[in-house]
Design a protein around this ligand. Structure first.
Ligand SMILES: Nc1ncnc2c1ncn2[C@@H]1O[C@H](COP(=O)(O)OP(=O)(O)OP(=O)(O)O)[C@@H](O)[C@H]1O
Length: 675
């Protein structure tokens, strides 16, 4: 350790030197975080992931571990001041400088996302502006440490926090894009798009307000607007946005000022000549083809700067464009590069790999220890509190955001009698993964309540369940129309199905259907439910006549009117009331077992149904989860959806449901690609 750089909400950052003399930044987390087992577990997962992130514009994670019972990680030490500090001291950024920040940070986010990671806490404090251009730091732990948000507070919120993150989901790449847009607005105006005053006010504006984007224009305005969409599924990906921004000439207000800015590299300054500049020196990768980079002079002008690269970049994926520039030059980097892309350019070929380049005199990149001086300025000169560092609880809870209707339209019952084979989950579509709270009057994005997630997941097929009584594999099993008659019919059908299950199919489908009856185990209960009980059942268990299955229905339930033909019987003068058949209250709980592969899903819906009689239910968490409600009452034929919140890092939650004596446990395995 050679010095203390500063301290943030999560830990203290030290400058340090490795045995080989490389200078690094070591972030030592506060003890309170290190003591949390969940943090320790997810820390390792996220840091492993973060170590895969390489490329231009990111301070690479070099090591991590535990020291004196405190978690730490070491990353490349970046010379420079944070974007927040720069704006505070020098004022807002514009023109070329703003474009550099936008492109540099997008490049970094592209690399982070391509590595399967997400920053999770992106903002002006996590962008350091140094001689090498914008460098994104601290992308390893944002998703680990912002648990207060997921747990229902706003202690980890910042003016750049995405609405879905405020609502409790673990931030994913889409959340980074929202934060990126806010950061660009901050750079251009000195103000976050939704303000940066009190936490409740900012949170309210993020959820309901209209951002002030008047300082932006042209393509950058379009990009920022798209990223501030409250629906994460509609935000563009970093990679896509980078292509969009690179492919156009700067509009008014974004025009580079020739020679006024030395550019990213140590070149002689920008001129309106073509491209990002043909700096010959290789940079981050072993690239062999000299190519343009962000170093010397030319920038953003029309010309060869963004021409097609020559080779694929296995590091950052195959890419989808063959160069977006109009020029004919070598483009941003050229040949193939298995690692960081190719030499000096932005990337190679269709991918985005590669470094920002070292400029015309760049040559091979040298270790930080040889190029960087620390501290660049006295730490005391640094402003004390960046605007993104909100801390402490505030008198708001995110929970009410979730409390929409618990009732969902019941699914059709057909498949219940023959449930689909158990299948492991697939990742639901982004819309389902990131259901966003719908503020009052805000119709622009969907609600996060049970309806939303449930219907999205069911309607689209890929279901995070194992062995559930889902209707999704049956054609036309989407949500039913909301007609009263249809509802009644469905109720009948469901009632019939559950009786059918009880009457004989329960054994075959026990893995897929959890039925809780007054007698306890559904497999023991099933035979009991089949024959018509001699006496009316208890009122709770008896469906109303309208809800009883019609006796003419071909169900496997023995029925005197069907099994005892009476061909000679003359019709009664007055129609007899249809015999009622008491059905015990049965609580259907599905799915019984949920396995989630995505590490962005931190909540799941569990559907409760009462196809027979009305039921009262109670849920107890026996292992790590939080429920949207723990008890309730479901009318006969109705259903309810409750949401279980958990931690998507290889953990398990167990929720025990009881109803009139019976009980079943739903197991949720929170996943992640590394689990
Ligand atoms: N890799 C790095 N190179 C150079 N300086 C760094 C690096 N990482 C962090 N710093 C600096 O260390 C100081 C503290 O960083 P830290 O990340 O703890 O701050 P923060 O973002 O305000 O807090 P937090 O992320 O914990 O809420 C900041 O001034 C930051 O710019």
């Amino acid at each position: 350790m050679t010095g203390r750089i500063g301290e943030g909400g999560h830990g203290v950052v030290y400058a340090a030197e490795t045995e080989t003399g490389a200078r690094v930044a070591v972030k030592l987390l506060h003890r309170r975080f290190s003591e949390e087992e969940q943090v320790r577990r997810s820390f390792g997962v996220e840091l492993r992931r973060a170590q895969r992130v390489t490329g231009p514009g990111v301070a690479r994670v070099l090591a991590y571990g535990m020291h004196d019972k405190r978690l730490y990680y070491a990353s490349e030490l970046v010379d420079g001041s944070s974007l927040w500090e720069v704006v505070e001291r020098k004022g807002r950024r514009s023109g070329d400088a703003l474009i550099e920040i936008a492109l540099g940070t997008l490049t970094a986010l592209t690399a982070i996302h391509q590595a399967g990671a997400a920053h999770g806490d992106f903002g002006p404090s996590s962008v350091l502006l140094g001689p090498q251009g914008p460098q994104v730091i601290d992308f390893a732990v944002g998703r680990v440490l912002d648990r207060p948000l997921a747990a229902g507070g706003f202690a980890g919120a910042s003016p750049f926090t995405a609405p879905e993150h405020l609502a409790g989901t673990i931030p994913g790449p889409e959340s980074d894009m929202f934060a990126w847009a806010g950061t660009i607005v901050y750079a251009a105006t000195g103000r976050a798009p939704f303000g940066q005053d009190s936490v409740p006010a900012v949170v309210n504006r993020i959820l309901n307000g209209v951002p002030d984007l008047s300082a932006l224009s042209g393509t950058l305005l379009d990009a920022v607007t798209a990223c501030l969409d409250r629906n994460p599924a509609r935000r563009p990906a970093a990679r896509e946005l980078l292509a969009r921004l690179e492919g156009v000439e700067p509009g008014p207000g974004l025009t580079p000022s020739p020679g006024a800015d030395p550019g990213f590299g140590p070149g002689p300054g920008r001129t309106p000549s073509p491209g990002f500049g043909p700096g010959p020196g290789p940079d981050l990768g072993p690239g062999t083809v000299p190519g343009p980079n962000l170093g010397p002079g030319p920038n953003l002008g029309p010309g060869p700067g963004f021409g097609p690269g020559a080779g694929p970049d296995p590091n950052l994926g195959p890419g989808s464009r063959a160069g977006s520039g109009a020029g004919s030059g070598p483009g941003r980097g050229a040949g193939p590069d298995p690692g960081h892309g190719t030499g000096p350019g932005y990337g190679s070929g269709p991918g985005y790999g590669s470094g920002f380049g070292g400029g015309p005199g760049g040559g091979p990149r040298v270790p930080p220890s040889e190029t960087r001086a620390w501290p660049p300025e006295p730490p005391a000169a640094r402003p004390a509190a960046p605007p993104q560092a909100y801390s402490g609880p505030i008198p708001l809870s995110s929970r009410p955001l979730w409390h929409g209707s618990e009732e969902v339209p019941p699914p059709q019952a057909g498949p219940a009698a023959s449930p689909p084979p158990a299948a492991e989950t697939t990742v639901p579509p982004a819309e389902a993964r990131h259901a966003v709270p719908s503020p009052a009057g805000g119709a622009a994005f969907p609600r996060p309540d049970g309806d939303r997630l449930s219907s999205a997941a069911e309607a689209t097929g890929p279901i995070p369940v194992l062995g559930a009584d889902r209707p999704s594999t049956t054609p036309g099993s989407g949500l039913p129309p909301a007609s009263a008659g249809g509802d009644r019919q469905r109720r009948h059908r469901r009632t019939r199905v559950i009786v059918a299950v009880a009457g004989g199919l329960a054994l075959a489908s026990a893995a897929a259907i959890v039925a809780i009856t007054s007698g306890g185990d559904p497999q023991q209960q099933a035979p009991e439910a089949a024959p018509p009980p001699p006496a009316p059942a208890q009122s709770l268990a008896t469906p109303s006549a309208a809800e009883s299955p019609p006796l003419t229905d071909p169900t496997p339930v023995p029925s005197p009117s069907r099994t005892t033909p009476e061909p000679t019987k003359t019709p009664e003068p007055t129609p007899k009331a249809p015999p009622t058949r008491a059905v015990k209250p049965v609580l259907m709980v599905s799915p019984a077992r949920i396995r989630i592969r995505s590490d962005y899903i931190s909540y799941v819906n569990i559907k409760l149904r009462a196809p027979g009689g009305a039921v009262r239910w109670r849920a107890t968490i026996t292992e790590g989860s939080v429920l949207s409600s723990s008890k309730g009452h479901i009318r006969a034929g109705s259903s309810a959806t409750i949401t279980a919140y958990g931690t998507p890092y290889c953990s398990t939650s167990k929720v025990r449901f009881t109803s009139n004596g019976g009980s079943r446990t739903v197991t949720i395995m929170w996943g992640g690609i590394l689990c």
